[in-house]
Design a protein around this ligand. Structure first.
Ligand SMILES: NC(=O)c1ccc[n+]([C@@H]2O[C@H](COP(=O)([O-])OP(=O)(O)OC[C@H]3O[C@@H](n4cnc5c(N)ncnc54)[C@H](OP(=O)(O)O)[C@@H]3O)[C@@H](O)[C@H]2O)c1
Length: 310
């Protein structure tokens, strides 16, 4: 029996990767996007409109769907409400399982403030009674080159904290394995997700996977890799929290957003991004990509680093 799969956020970097992989595998899918005109054109894909915060649009978009990949929304002040609305719509539409892209160490007291949004969403999904799989992604390796300022400096209050950055491609491969119910070959080992009452349906139901890179790196280590691969000097400057707020004031961003940015670094300082697992490998059958290997092939990031006027 084919499972009806819906993918959200196919206009975005991660959702688009998942959708393209499924299409390449000949899988039929429904793409739920805010603006159908911007959806990728893929064999076997139908496109429907849906905004997480608009319950009616999501209920209609998800009718007849068994498995939903719910990609977390772009950061807004009301992001959690939008997520909860999407989950409620999925339940009302009769979706059986939600695969949700969360964040490592999501929790009510997470230092990274946006990880608290993920925890609230996870809790709502658990309470919905739907089957679920949480893909708790570490910080994307892909975004790190864009943390480098115009002067070649990564600034933030991370101290010498470390992070295990994961690539979007690895997350997409892992997501496909979960969506297609490809089993973890070493099932039953040590991931922290426990099997739950949905276990009879599927080996990934009720599980939480922490998707990390293969090693933890400090921001100094990362800057050295970015320097070596781009041929341009990149340095890390460990700011104090006060300095971090001062250096970001120029962007005129709302307070909740600046708090989110700064807390990415303070989470690293507290070790909350320092989590290396083999979950990418267990889901995809190959090791997670190292930061160095990723940067070596990251044309967009390298172009960005070489374009910095300094
Ligand atoms: N782990 C990390 O380091 C990290 C870094 C950045 C972001 N994230 C999170 O991971 C998600 C996916 O990452 P990405 O790189 O693919 O981001 P992205 O390229 O910005 O894509 C975000 C996607 O989500 C869609 N979307 C946003 N808000 C929505 C809403 N309220 N209802 C329906 N669709 C919505 C967007 O649709 P439109 O095209 O219509 O805007 C877009 O397709 C992000 O949205 C963010 O929550 C994680």
């Amino acid at each position: 029996m084919t499972t009806a799969i819906a993918i959200t956020a196919a206009t975005g970097a991660l959702g688009g990767r998942v959708a393209r992989r499924l299409a390449a595998r000949g899988v039929t899918q429904r793409l739920v996007v805010r603006d159908p005109a911007r959806a990728p054109e893929l064999a076997g894909a139908t496109v429907v409109a849906g905004e997480y915060g608009d319950g009616a649009s999501m209920r209609e978009a998800l009718a007849g769907i068994d498995t939903l990949l719910l990609v977390s929304a772009t950061e807004t002040e009301d992001r959690v409400a939008r997520h909860l609305s999407a989950v409620d719509a999925a339940a009302a539409a009769g979706v059986r399982r939600i695969v949700y892209t969360s964040f490592v160490n999501a929790g009510p007291e997470a230092t990274f403030l946006l990880a608290r949004h993920h925890w609230q969403t996870e809790e709502h999904i658990r309470a919905s009674g739907l089957a679920f799989t949480f893909l708790r992604d570490s910080l994307y390796a892909d975004v790190l080159p864009f943390f480098v300022g115009a002067d070649g400096v990564i600034r933030g209050p991370a101290g010498d904290g470390r992070g295990s950055f994961v690539t979007r491609d690895d997350i997409a491969d892992a997501a496909v394995a979960v969506l297609l119910n490809e089993r973890d070959e070493r099932d039953g080992h040590d991931e922290h997700g426990e099997h739950d009452e949905h276990d009879e349906h599927d080996g990934h139901d009720g599980r939480t996977y922490d998707l990390s890179g293969p090693q933890s790196l400090s921001f100094t280590d990362m800057a050295a890799i970015l320097s070596a691969r781009s041929g341009r000097e990149v340095r890390y400057h460990a700011e104090t929290v006060e300095e971090a707020y001062a250096s970001r004031a120029q962007y005129g961003a709302p307070e909740w957003m600046v708090d989110g940015w700064v807390s990415t670094y303070t989470a690293a300082a507290k070790g909350e991004l320092d989590l290396v697992t083999d979950h990418v490998e267990r889901l995809t059958g190959r090791p997670a990509t190292s930061f160095d290997a990723f940067v070596a092939g990251d044309e967009e990031g390298l172009r960005h680093l070489r374009s910095l006027g300094r």
